[in-house]
Design a protein around this ligand. Structure first.
Ligand SMILES: *Cc1c(COP(=O)(O)O)cnc(C)c1O
Length: 378
């Protein structure tokens, strides 16, 4: 990319982190499985690599690629989204206070509650769509706020810019879990300091690789701590994982567009269906967060939930009757998935009993609608 103008996101996605391999001219990067790298005769490592846990060519390419796509200075890749989240929390000190969105990904709030409280982090879980509640919850030792928007599984919208301002006034770090909205929502432009992804989802895009990444706007002291945890803690992705995720990134902007277009059509179909109590999709004008969503998202992504009238049993039956949708957890792959959230989250679940969460894939929307229509007809 030789010209001065900043290219569009599709162009960045195709080229970021990519180099033609010098020795062979390979256009697609090789996978470097070597765990160890040769020292120079003087004992140095002039070629930049020493041991694969510290750094390796595939991870470096992935980190550069995702940092460039996101508009951040640096990124650290991990073996899963949870490992990336864990490294961010571990970069804090004992007795630091974390503010987390109560409606955030279940695993992430669980990580704070079940693990980090024992290690003396303090945490409050609040509805971050309520800015007054955010202001009230800030304490003298608040060091980090964990935003997720749209949040899983009700797709509530948090005003990233407004929360970042409140958090920065308290000299705390603003982290945004952008797993469900890569390329559609640009948290750094709205004030976030760190963007977190489970790359298992849309980045990988094909339900065949686990990964996570923490992208930092600045290569600052806090990021250096995350980097050190990556080296020392070792929850790193394999070279093949990195290769797959970077390969997924090449098509990410186009896939996000298609996921969003399909989801909008499915949401509109469900919204007028007599057996559907409620649809949760931020792209619908009836959604409580629609106005803010329109301001901070270019499209509304492929995730939506709906409540089937009558609660748990009718919802389970609808999920059982679909033929194209697969009953499975996770999201962001080419294939559509359907899931009863309350039963997977267990006793502490906050999800309504009749709620089904769907990850809208890249099939034709008409086929997805026909499948749901038949499943709902019973
Ligand atoms: C899946 C997910 C995570 C956890 O990522 P893993 O790759 O499963 O460890 C975190 N946040 C969100 C929003 C997710 O969807």
């Amino acid at each position: 990319m030789k010209h001065g103008r900043r290219p569009h996101i599709e162009t960045i996605a195709v080229h970021a982190g990519q180099e033609i391999e010098a020795g062979t001219g390979a256009v697609t990067p090789p996978i470097y499985l070597s765990t160890t790298f040769e020292r120079d005769v003087e004992g140095t490592y002039s070629r930049g690599f020493m041991y694969s846990r510290n750094d390796n060519p595939n991870r470096q390419a992935l980190e550069r690629g995702v940092a460039t796509l996101e508009g951040g200075e640096a990124a650290a890749a991990f073996g899963s989204g949870m490992a990336a989240g864990m490294a961010i929390f571990q970069a804090l000190n004992a007795a630091d206070h974390v503010l987390a969105h109560a409606d955030a990904y279940y695993g992430m709030t669980r990580l704070l509650r079940e693990l980090f409280l024992r290690w003396k982090l303090e945490a409050d879980f609040i509805d971050m769509s309520d800015l007054a509640a955010v202001k009230r919850a800030v304490r003298a030792n608040t060091r980090l706020a964990w935003i997720e928007t749209p949040s899983n599984p009700l797709w509530r919208i948090v005003d990233i810019k407004a929360v970042a301002e409140i958090v920065h006034e308290a000299a705390a770090i603003c982290v945004c879990d952008n797993t469900c909205t890569p390329t559609l929502q640009r948290p750094f432009e709205l004030g976030a300091d760190i963007v977190h992804y489970s790359t298992t989802k849309y980045f990988g895009g094909h339900c065949d690789v686990l990964g996570g990444i923490a992208v930092s706007k600045k290569e600052d002291e806090f990021f250096q701590r995350i980097r050190a945890i990556q080296y020392v803690g070792g929850a790193v992705p394999s070279p093949f994982d990195c290769w797959l995720i970077l390969r997924g990134m090449r098509t990410l902007p186009w896939r996000m567009r298609a996921h969003s277009e399909n989801a909008m059509k499915v949401a509109q179909f469900l919204a007028q269906h007599p057996r559907v109590e409620r649809v949760y999709y931020p792209g619908l004008p009836s959604h409580a967060g629609h106005e803010i969503a329109r301001k901070q998202m270019s499209m509304f992504s492929g995730m939506l939930s709906f409540e089937v009238k009558g609660g748990r049993d009718p919802a389970m039956q609808v999920a059982a009757r679909t033929k194209i949708f697969t009953r499975a957890t996770s999201l962001g792959g080419v294939e559509s998935l359907i899931e009863h959230r309350a039963s997977i989250e267990g006793a502490a679940s906050r999800s309504p009993e009749g709620l089904l969460r769907v990850s809208i894939g890249l099939e034709n929307a008409e086929d997805l609608i026909a499948d749901l229509s038949e499943a709902l007809a019973g």
